[in-house]
Design a protein around this ligand. Structure first.
Ligand code: BES
Ligand code: ZN
Length: 870
């Protein structure tokens, strides 16, 4: 690889820091054009490493104004400062370092470090943004105590926030004022935060289990003051849940969340001062959907849970990222399961894992949950580190049960409180607390790729014995050692032909070798095996069985997740068969078993609306494409659209009756109302697919009458797939109504970008020129470009390659503004080898064109070069 000056960092090269920093005292003189930062650090040699003469600090886009050691300014020949950092040639064993730098928050379009957003100042320091604020030992294993004094104009920035407790404030000349904050907990620089602006506070309170009072503060722009209640309630629920589930309490007197409009990620867990993308804070029923509400609840909880898993115990180095992220995603999944419904949550999580992570594992960027090397750390906040990482954490719970997991987690936190540790430390704590040998589990951290498990069952009538043979295999990765067998827990149960569970047959099988057999005694009838209940490991499961067995399991399995899973497998097999027919040019016919299965679900009064709606949703085109080689997105789309229309036609009166029965209700975001809206939206979606005047009128009517965003969005989603006057009218009226609500306007861009209407590409090109479109705001850029490139297979993969060229052009422009966001979107080209040769070549050509642009960021370069290599 021609990595140029971009150096690759390897996990095996980890070395403890040469110096430790006991305290960091910061003074900010805030000004959008030029902010001056004074830093005073108590530095000493790390006693546990070989001494060296000098001190090396990280820095990025800083203008050095002054530097002194123990109060004496350094002469020019005593240090070197450049774009990479500051090196002082000789330092004492322990000393006070003072620096003064200037930075420009308003020109910081990368949104890393200190920047401005809608007139306020805010920070984002993970992973390596603290060095864009001041020279620092910016690595997670250097933890210090921080104080922050903020000085700013009082009229424009009445609110000044940082980590910890507010310890002082006062007035300054020229209409300025100051506030000082002190964080009593040692922390790495990536958890530092500062906010200054004209914000209002939505307040709440929480009393911890041991009786301490905590102030909860949600800070937003004044026009959003009425959209904070759900975030606050979510925070309170998360705090209570963590006490009840793991005995973990909050540790400061105040917990602040700030919502900002310009943010690269979802949210950030800075100690005591979380900074959030406004998308994951602001909600009221008229502007946010039920899914938005769920997203907010889980992200608020996630960042709160980091206070223990991430902040109190942090990562030694960034290769260990899954230690905090995989674990915290697991924790937020468990929380949401308890808040919403375990089956619905599991279905959502598994779908996301399969859609994003399985694809990543099958492509050129496949990496273990604990990567071995990187060029740009920001590129490793991946579905693998997060979602597969969470599945690996779940394996511990599957092995030890919830109580054993809790014991292990508490042991981990107690043993390592206040330090920066590794994934091995976590595994060891779990092993110690449960008296288990977890040596083999290390392979889940070290090996990339999705394992396949094949299951074969035989029943011996004479011996009344059922035997299940499981075998595992893995793709051999280029340049990696041959994969070794993983420890894979597989939850199973046996059903009798009558449809009831055979008592005592539910077990967790532990597959640790390449192949193993397990027997079930006293099985007097040929059973139907339910395998992989609850998705007990991140694997692909292959079971040889007919469609009738899948339909049987869909109706009778005792595990709700597995019922859904069998339905998806059934639909997937039917759909893949039809893709074949489309490609062979044969006429299409729908398998009656699928219609029957759908009819049964639709008419089943015992299922709640959320589960029903998920079960009646066909596997996405993205998921179907994963099963194919030489993917032709048009064939996939044709097959899926055919099935949608056939199901809509065959069950027309059921859909209509379901819609009517669930049409009326309130906009309240409560479980019964959410369930009602979910099944209502599904029914409407199938009805609109008929493209008949009557069903278009139904959607138009709902669109016009809706007072809640869920109903409004569902109606728009149906209309936006069509090409008709009603669609144009809906697009225009949506914009007119919501042009001043950025988060709702993002939906307008996103839904149009994901439309399957035949003219979608022209619409997307026009939207990129729309006055409300800007590449500078990450949410807006993603709403159009990421939604189109990653969420609209037919549109993005149009055979002439025009959409590839358009998206690549946009990425090149975006990269000059915000490399982190550009590099996420460019990943849409990664799978070029999996497409049919003509499209594959066109995609590759765009990757080459991007790679040959000399000025691209290292973020984008790392992705495109890996993608080209394949
Ligand atoms: N620590 C991350 C935020 C982050 C990610 C900062 C990447 C810098 C680089 C935060 O805890 C996180 O994981 N946020 C997620 C949402 C979460 C619910 C999975 C995000 O921002 O997408
Ligand atoms: Zn996180």
């Amino acid at each position: 690889m021609s990595e140029g000056q971009n150096s690759r960092i390897h996990r095996k090269d980890y070395a403890a820091p040469q110096h430790l920093v006991d305290s960091v005292d910061l003074v900010f003189q805030l000004d959008p054009a030029e902010t001056v930062v004074h830093a005073t650090m108590r530095v000493r040699r790390n006693p546990s490493v070989e001494p060296t003469e000098g001190l090396a600090l990280h820095g990025d886009e800083l203008e050095l104004r002054a530097v002194s050691v123990d109060g004496i300014a350094l002469a020019e020949d005593e240090f070197e400062a450049d774009s990479e950092g500051l090196r002082i040639h000789r330092v004492p064993d322990a000393f006070e370092l003072r620096t003064e730098v200037a930075i420009s928050p308003e020109r910081n379009t990368k949104l890393m470090g200190l920047y401005t957003s809608s007139g306020a100042f805010c920070t984002q320091c993970e992973a390596e943004g603290f060095r864009r604020i001041t020279y620092a030992l910016d690595r997670p294993d250097v933890m210090s105590r921080y104080t922050t004094r903020i000085e700013a104009d009082k009229a424009n920035y009445p609110v000044l926030l940082s980590n910890g407790n507010r310890v002082g404030e006062g007035e300054l000349p020229d209409g300025r004022h100051w506030v000082k904050w002190e964080d009593p907990f040692r922390k790495p620089g990536y958890l530092f935060a500062l906010v200054a602006g004209d914000l209002v506070c939505h307040r709440g309170a929480f009393t911890t289990a041991s009786g301490r009072a905590v102030d909860l503060e949600i800070w937003v722009e004044s026009e959003n003051a009425d959209k904070c209640e759900h975030a606050l309630a979510s925070l309170q629920a998360a705090m209570r849940w963590d006490e009840e589930t793991y005995g973990l309490e909050y540790d400061l007197d105040v917990y602040m969340i700030v919502a900002v409009n310009d943010f690269n990620m979802g949210a950030m867990e800075n100690k005591g001062l979380n900074i959030f993308n406004s998308k994951f804070v602001l909600a009221k029923p008229s502007t946010a959907t039920d899914d938005d509400y769920e997203g907010i609840e889980s992200v608020v909880a996630h960042e709160y849970f980091h206070n223990w898993t991430g902040n109190r115990v942090t990562c030694r180095d960034w290769f260990q990222l899954t230690l905090k992220e995989g674990l915290t995603v697991f924790r937020d999944q468990e929380f949401s399961a308890d808040m919403i419904s375990p089956a619905v949550q599991r279905i959502k999580d598994v779908t996301r894992l399969r859609t994003a992570q399985f694809a990543e594992d099958a492509g050129p960027l496949a990496h273990p949950i604990r990567p071995e090397s990187y060029i740009e750390m920001n590129n490793f906040y991946t579905a693998t580190v997060y979602e597969k990482g969470a599945e690996v954490v779940r394996i511990y719970q599957t092995l030890f049960g919830k109580d054993g997991f809790r014991k292990g987690l508490r042991h981990y936190l107690e043993s390592h409180d206040g330090s920066a540790v590794t994934c091995d430390d976590f595994r060891e704590s779990m092993a110690e607390a449960n008296g288990a040998d977890l040596t083999q589990l290390e392979r889940w951290y070290a090996q990339a790729g999705t394992p396949t498990v094949r299951a074969r069952g035989t029943w011996d009538a004479e011996a009344s014995r059922y035997s299940l043979t499981l075998s595992q295999s893995q793709r051999v990765m280029p340049k990696q050692a041959a994969p070794l067998p993983l420890p894979i827990p597989v939850r199973v149960g046996l059903l009798s032909p009558g449809g009831s569970e055979i008592p005592g047959s539910a077990r967790t099988l532990e597959l640790t070798a390449e192949e193993q057999s397990f027997s079930f005694e006293g099985v007097g009838e040929r059973p139907i095996a339910s395998i992989g209940r609850g998705f007990s490991a991140p694997i692909r499961l292959e079971v040889e069985r007919g469609l009738d067995e899948l339909a049987f399991l869909m109706a009778h399995d005792t595990d709700a997740f597995s019922r859904w899973e069998s339905g998806q497998e059934l639909a997937k097999r039917v759909l893949l068969g039809l893709v074949n027919e489309v490609q062979a040019g044969r006429p299409l016919q729908l398998e009656p078993l699928l219609v029957d299965a759908f009819a049964k679900v639709l008419r089943d009064a015992s299922l709640d609306g959320s589960i029903k709606s998920l079960t009646l949703k066909l596997p996405s085109e993205e998921l179907l494409s994963q099963e194919l080689s030489a993917v032709d997105p048009d064939a996939v789309h044709a097959a899926r659209s055919f099935v949608v229309r056939e199901l809509a036609l065959a069950l027309r009166s059921d859909w209509r009756e379901t819609y009517d029965r669930h049409a009326a209700g309130s906009d309240a975001v409560t479980k019964p109302e959410v369930d009602r809206r979910r099944i209502k939206s599904r029914a409407l979606w199938y009805l609109v697919a008929l493209e008949e005047p009557e069903t278009i009128a139904l959607a138009t009517q709902q669109f016009g009458a809706a007072t809640g965003m869920t109903d409004y969005e569902a109606a728009f989603l149906g209309l936006v797939d069509l090409v008709c006057p009603e669609t144009d009218a809906a697009i225009a009226s949506f914009h007119a109504r919501w042009k001043n609500e950025p988060l709702v306007l993002d939906k307008w861009f996103r839904m149009q970008a994901m439309s399957s209407a035949s003219n979608v590409f022209d619409r997307v090109v026009a939207l990129a020129e729309h006055p409300d479109f800007t590449l500078a705001n990450p949410n807006r850029a993603r709403s159009l470009l990421y939604a189109f490139a990653a969420g609209n297979p037919v549109g993005f993969h149009r055979p002439d390659g025009a959409a590839y060229r358009f998206v690549a052009d946009q990425i090149l422009e975006l990269d000059r503004i915000n490399p982190q966001v550009a590099s996420r979107i460019v990943s849409s080209f990664n799978q070029w080898k999996r497409y049919e040769p003509r499209r594959g070549a066109l995609m590759r050509a765009e990757l080459e064109r991007i790679a040959s642009t000399l000025s691209i960021s290292k973020d984008v370069r790392e992705i495109v070069e890996r993608a080209i290599q394949g």
